[in-house]
Design a protein around this ligand. Structure first.
Ligand SMILES: Cc1cc2nc3c(=O)[nH]c(=O)nc-3n(C[C@H](O)[C@H](O)[C@H](O)COP(=O)(O)O)c2cc1C
Ligand code: SF4
Length: 496
């Protein structure tokens, strides 16, 4: 992953810990209404792909155990990882693109609701993404993938040569010449792997996205409701299709790009179609970017405006993230796919402990606050979820007290310690296992390996009945936590 050149080290801290009484009277542990559902607390586990599904995209026992473990910590809400809305093979990414997934998802919602004692609301993030190929071997690229045009052959001085020979001749010209000869898009495909973009109006399936996506999202939301989820989060963030529509790089000329109005059109149409399908008594929110953090990308000014459009359309909550784009991703090795969290924008999304003067903690706080203040000024009270480097009670409480957000998302801190909020609520915050922001987990995600946390994945490997990673070296879920004796209440346990 890209790191700021300053490489200043930051260390998380528990900061000031509240007593049990203070915690239970705090804003963080007060309820909030998200459209038709209420959260018991304002703690939120944002979507995180743990690579626990299978090639069929099904809910496996590992998926269930993973989320049950988060639920034992009783956060206000858990958002299940980005889940594909299409009925197409997508590797081991969870899917909801067909009714055959409903039974597995039902089991997941039942187990998670039970594991939290009914305290945690469960949402699922719905995602669409465009095709991306691995970075090709140059020889294979010239032999098979490059589309030969007359213009290219002319430029290379190969006009009239039979295709097979021309391909070989082009390959033999070598990298220096390739950059001059290939058009920008082909050069990029050779360097990074071919990646479809919403601007590719010459491709019929890309042109048709505005026709097909609203219904695909709506069908997925209906399945989520049938499976017992409390709501859905439309994934409008990072490097994926809907975020690409919102992006300032969206230049579509069919009314779905260019101006802000054009760029927000499909996200609003998707939302309205989902809403029509599930009705007003079902929670529908979206996750979007405060800033794309790429050259020429959307700015806070754009996202404040988008937030107003979403809120006016009646969305139940807005969850923010930042960065995480393909545009500035590092070049992958040959045979590897680009990963959208390797460039500067990726750093903004999941900042690490080696940072710049701003540091990794609360990196999206001010931008999110600015969005919330804009909404409030317009009399819109749509709850806003803020995520990014939050890891202790004091910080979360300060964000709520300042009116910077309504709900506090903690992704890696919840991965490091799924019980962190419960421990704090019980006045046992000194037992919280603090995330160190090393991004070991993110490195596993990048390799599509089962995600774990380095702070607990080698602990008690001989514990009876635990499931291990495919390499047999790591435990797949955090060890159980036993609360210390409490004087006025039986001690809860997070034993699975
Ligand atoms: C392993 C991993 C997987 C993630 N998967 C998703 C995802 O599926 N959808 C999403 O919107 N964000 C995803 N994220 C980003 C997080 O939700 C969150 O925005 C980011 O980690 C910053 O928050 P934090 O500082 O609290 O970790 C993922 C993060 C990690 C570490
Ligand atoms: S591996 Fe654990 S400690 Fe490191 S960033 Fe991920 S959650 Fe935090």
């Amino acid at each position: 992953m890209w790191k700021p050149p300053e490489r200043i080290k930051f260390f998380p801290s528990l900061a000031r810990l509240p007593s049990r009484q203070e915690a239970q009277a705090s804003r963080l542990f007060s309820p909030i209404q998200l459209g038709p559902i209420s959260l018991r607390h304002r703690t939120w586990v944002p979507a995180m792909v743990p690579w626990r599904s299978n090639e069929e995209g099904e809910v496996t026992e590992d998926v269930i155990q993973w989320y049950a473990r988060f639920a034992q910590g009783q956060p206000g809400a858990i958002v299940i990882e980005a889940t594909g809305i299409r009925n197409v093979p997508s590797g081991p990414l969870l899917r909801i693109g067909d009714d055959r997934y409903i039974d597995g998802l039902k089991r997941l919602t039942r187990v998670v609701h039970e594991a939290s004692g009914g305290h945690t609301r469960l949402l699922i993030q719905l995602i669409d993404f465009l095709r991306i190929r691995r970075r090709p071997d140059p020889q294979v690229f010239f032999e098979r993938h490059l589309v030969l045009s007359e213009a290219l052959l002319e430029r290379a001085g190969l006009g009239g040569m039979p295709a097979e020979q021309a391909r070989q001749a082009l390959f033999e010209q070598g990298p220096q010449r390739w950059q001059d000869l290939l058009d920008a898009r082909d050069w990029q495909s050779l360097q990074y792997g071919a990646r479809e973009q919403v601007n590719d109006l010459h491709l019929p399936h890309i042109r048709q996205l505005p026709e097909e996506l609203p219904d695909l999202f709506a069908q997925a939301a209906l399945r989520a409701r049938a499976a017992g989820f409390d709501g859905v989060e439309l994934h409008y963030a990072h490097a994926y299709t809907m975020a690409s529509f919102l992006s300032a790089t969206n230049e579509r000329s069919d009314g779905y790009g260019g101006s802000r109005e054009g760029r927000v059109r499909l996200p609003l149409e998707v939302y309205r179609t989902v809403r029509e399908a599930v009705g007003k008594n079902y929670a529908v929110g979206c996750r979007f970017l405060t800033e794309e953090c790429i050259d020429g990308g959307t700015t806070l000014d754009d996202s404040r405006w988008y937030a107003l459009q979403f809120a006016r359309a009646g969305i139940d909550f807005l969850s923010t993230s930042r960065g995480g784009k393909f545009d500035d991703a590092k070049q992958p090795g040959i045979g590897q796919a680009a990963y959208p969290y390797t460039g500067r924008s990726g750093y903004e999304c999941m900042p690490q402990y080696l940072s710049d003067a701003q540091g990794p903690f609360g990196r999206n706080r001010q931008a999110t606050a600015s969005i919330r203040h804009t909404l409030q000024q317009e009399g819109l009270h749509t709850p806003v979820v803020s995520t990014g480097g939050v890891h202790n009670f004091e910080m979360a409480e300060a964000m709520l007290a300042a009116g910077d957000c309504d709900v506090v998302g903690t992704a890696r801190q919840s991965l490091a310690d799924p019980d962190w909020a419960l421990k704090t609520w019980l006045g046992q915050g000194d037992q919280v296992r603090l995330c160190e922001y090393t991004n070991y987990c993110e490195g596993l995600d990048q390799k599509h390996k089962q995600v774990t946390c380095q702070l607990w994945d080698r602990e008690a490997l001989d514990e009876p009945g635990i499931r291990l990673s495919l390499d047999g070296k790591r435990r797949l879920i955090a060890p159980p936590w036993q609360a210390s004796e409490l004087s006025d209440k039986p001690a809860p346990t997070t034993q699975p």
